[in-house]
Design a protein around this ligand. Structure first.
Ligand code: IMP
Length: 316
């Protein structure tokens, strides 16, 4: 019934003997279906994180973005076109127009579809995966989630997901734990799914607030990390920059289950599991990604590791 779990802040990695002379020697790349991403970072499908500009910039810098789904099919396809069909992903739901949306998005050139729901260990995700496979075939890469346990991870693998978002209740703008009492620390979830993963790739998602937390996610077994707050508040995230009376610059960052996001998207708000907040303006996301890249490389080198696989074998 009760289980001890670990969160990012409960854990530190032990420095080990290293023969790496420069951070440049470290290869951070991670692969999905033979596509190589030299920076294993994905931007979240949220309306204050990933629009066309973020998706294009993420892929120019070695990662990729998932275009959010809180708009019409026409608008989402327009975002795909504006990203010049760079290596990008796009989110879909599990009800309503999701199949048509999926078809239009793959026709427009997205390489990964992301079934984006809060509670991914759900019968609706099973039927959506079956329908997507039936109508779109085996070639399209399907990401699904979010899940918190190894049982859920294995079920989604069996239902046909190729990549799975791991983390429930851990997001910086998430109030799922407060409103519903449910959730598992993301670090613990990643650790437990990595021990049982059979086929699908692991994306650590929610609560990654520093490069160090990303390094800890890779240590636990993640293939990629997904970031919301770290990439929000940049030039490339959707939304206005505004200034406080003291001259400080801010942007809005909000959970997709916040009242504000729900009202904008569907005109009513129910089952609130997120908050809307402001975060300091950070300038270009390119700089942010470059800092994360350097710090994650340093992280791998503290464990004497030259790449992700090496790191996951050596880390203590
Ligand atoms: P962050 O990087 O800690 O800010 O977390 C971002 C993640 O929070 C996203 O990738 C989603 O998995 C999750 N998320 C987005 N919106 C909401 C919400 O309204 N409630 C709970 N979780 C959310």
């Amino acid at each position: 019934m009760f289980q001890k779990t670990l969160s990012f802040d409960d854990v530190l990695l032990v420095p080990q003997m290293s023969s790496i002379k420069s951070r440049k020697e470290v290869d951070l790349s991670s692969t999905i279906n033979e596509k190589v991403f030299k920076l294993p970072i994905i931007s979240s499908p949220m309306d204050t994180v990933t629009g066309a500009e973020m998706a294009a910039t993420m892929s120019e810098n070695g990662g990729f973005g998932i275009l959010h789904r809180y708009n019409s099919i026409v608008d989402q396809v327009e975002m795909v076109k504006k990203s010049n069909a760079a290596n990008i992903g796009a989110a879909i739901g599990v009800t309503g127009d999701y199949l048509e949306r999926a078809r239009e998005l793959t026709d427009a050139g997205v390489f990964v579809l992301c079934i984006d729901v809060a509670h991914g260990h759900h019968i609706s995700v099973k039927s959506a995966l079956a329908n997507l496979r039936k109508h779109l075939g085996e070639d399209v890469v399907i990401m699904a989630g979010n899940v918190a346990t190894a049982e859920a991870f294995n079920d989604l693998e069996d239902w046909g997901a190729d990549v799975i978002r791991v983390g429930v209740g851990g997001g910086s703008i998430c109030s799922t734990r407060i409103q519903t009492g449910h959730g598992v620390p993301t670090f613990h979830s990643v650790l437990s799914v990595a021990l049982r993963a059979k086929r699908a790739l692991i994306v650590a998602d929610g609560g990654i607030k520093s490069a160090g937390d990303a390094v800890k996610s890779f240590a636990a077994g993640a293939d990629f990390v997904m970031l919301g707050s770290l990439l929000a508040g940049t030039d490339e995230s959707p939304g206005q920059i505004f200034s406080s009376n003291e001259g400080k610059k801010y942007k809005v960052y909000r959970g997709m289950a916040s009242a504000e996001a729900q009202l904008d998207w569907k005109g009513e708000a129910n089952s609130l599991e997120g908050i809307s907040t402001t975060i300091p303006y950070k300038g270009s996301v390119k700089n942010m990604l470059s800092l994360l890249d350097q710090n994650i490389r340093s992280g791998f080198s503290y464990s004497g590791a030259v790449n992700l696989k090496d790191f996951q074998q050596k880390v203590k």
